[in-house]
Design a binder for this molecule. Structure first.
Ligand SMILES: Cc1cc2nc3c(=O)[nH]c(=O)nc-3n(C[C@H](O)[C@H](O)[C@H](O)COP(=O)(O)O)c2cc1C
Length: 217
């Protein structure tokens, strides 16, 4: 296209995007969002966390039953003890595995309370929904997609749901569920690395993408 007819909406053909980042060490934050002591969500999250650790990712597990957060209030949350340390863990993450039970077709209040504490920290990152549900958890997954959209995060194009009966004595006993987690693990590695590489490049760059406003000047 001749330079005279190019508009500011044209993407520069001279700047290739980093489609493959095999060396990038993915930072995974695995969030277990059930308040229940014997939570099956936690077992699924821990199973995935182990797989990512074995693939040379940095994995940080945030179990919201063990590390309970105070009820979010904009007036008190940011000065609460522990907030800065938790914020640093979110800042470090490229990918957030978000595990929740289905409560009335919604995400748990425990997970929602965590999500409410942050927003720009999520921008450009990948949300990965895992839902314990007797009903496929589709409305729950949709809610996580809504949160992601509001916070400029990406999601996998699907979530994985499972029932309590897929887990027995702390072990996954369903081959179908294990296979779905294998697929999710694979896709998270592939798309997590792509998005993390692009997010880092966008933060370091000068182009007017949606990450521009998240650059630290
Ligand atoms: C308050 C409450 C509401 C629930 N609502 C639903 C629901 O709407 N649909 C559903 O399939 N399961 C529902 N359940 C069942 C849980 O989602 C299910 O038992 C899940 O496996 C619990 O996960 P956890 O062991 O990680 O806490 C509900 C459970 C509770 C405690």
């Amino acid at each position: 296209m001749p330079a005279a007819t190019r508009s500011s909406f044209d993407i520069s053909p001279l700047r290739p995007y980093p489609h493959r980042m095999p060396d990038l060490k993915l930072q995974v934050l695995a969030v277990a969002g059930s308040p229940r002591q014997n939570s099956v969500t936690r077992i699924a999250i821990n199973h995935l966390a182990e797989k990512f650790s074995a693939s040379d990712c940095d994995v940080d597990i945030l179990d919201l039953q063990a590390e309970a957060l105070p009820l979010y209030s904009p007036d008190t949350a940011y000065s609460a003890p522990g907030f800065k340390a938790l914020q640093a863990r979110i800042d470090r993450a490229d990918v957030l595995l978000l595990g929740t039970p289905d409560y009335h077709g919604s995400i748990s209040s425990t997970l929602k309370n965590f999500l409410d504490h942050f927003w720009h920290e999520f921008a450009g990152k990948l949300f990965v929904p895992i839902v314990a549900s007797h009903e496929k958890g589709l409305t729950v997954i949709d809610q996580l997609r809504t949160v992601a959209r509001q916070c400029y995060a990406w999601t996998l194009p699907y979530g994985v749901s499972f029932a309590d009966s897929d887990i027995k004595d702390g072990q996954i006993i369903s081959d179908v569920f294990r296979k779905r987690l294998e697929m999710m693990y694979h896709d998270t590695l592939v798309y997590g690395r792509l998005l993390a590489g692009q997010r880092r490049a966008d933060l370091a760059g000068t182009e007017p993408g949606f990450m521009a406003k998240h650059r630290k000047s």
